[in-house]
Design a protein. Structure first.
Length: 146
């Protein structure tokens, strides 16, 4: 224990400094990649309303859409996620049922999987684009301060 921690414990003061979550945890929570405090989305992933994304961070003011057409790249990411999910679902379906004869079983399950995972793919394709595929966009500890 360092001296400042022992002084805080003796004086009864609590350390109220905010420590942002790690990069992966912030991405899972869909937080701003620069400050890791502001939310990327205004609505929950699954709900009756369509997902709405904020245009800029409520904490640091970073504009999320870097240029016109910026989100087109997220469609390719979503497509790759969708292919991976469909292959995984098809393999899991074969392992659990052992059925290769009934194409309607596969079409039904894979179609349901696409519908159920589309909000997930929409959200996290944009998060992946912002966090790991945008050059020059990195976490700034100074922006995460109050």
């Amino acid at each position: 224990m360092n001296t400042s921690e022992s002084n805080d414990k003796m004086s009864g003061k609590r350390n109220t400094q905010y420590y942002p979550a790690g990069e992966f945890a912030s991405a899972l929570q869909a937080k701003c990649p620069r400050c890791r405090r502001g939310d990327l989305f205004a609505s929950p992933m699954y709900g009756w309303k369509a997902q709405k994304m904020h245009s800029e961070c409520s904490h640091c003011g970073m504009k999320f859409e870097k240029e016109p057409g910026y989100w087109y790249v997220s469609m390719f990411i979503s497509y790759a996620m969708n292919v991976a999910e469909l292959i995984s679902l098809a393999v899991a379906l074969y392992v659990f049922t052992g059925n290769l004869e009934d194409p309607y079983l596969y079409v039904g399950v894979l179609f349901a999987g696409v519908l159920l995972l589309s909000p997930f793919n929409y959200r996290y394709s944009r998060v992946i684009l912002l966090y790991w595929l945008t050059p020059g966009l990195h976490f700034d500890p100074e922006k995460s301060k109050d």
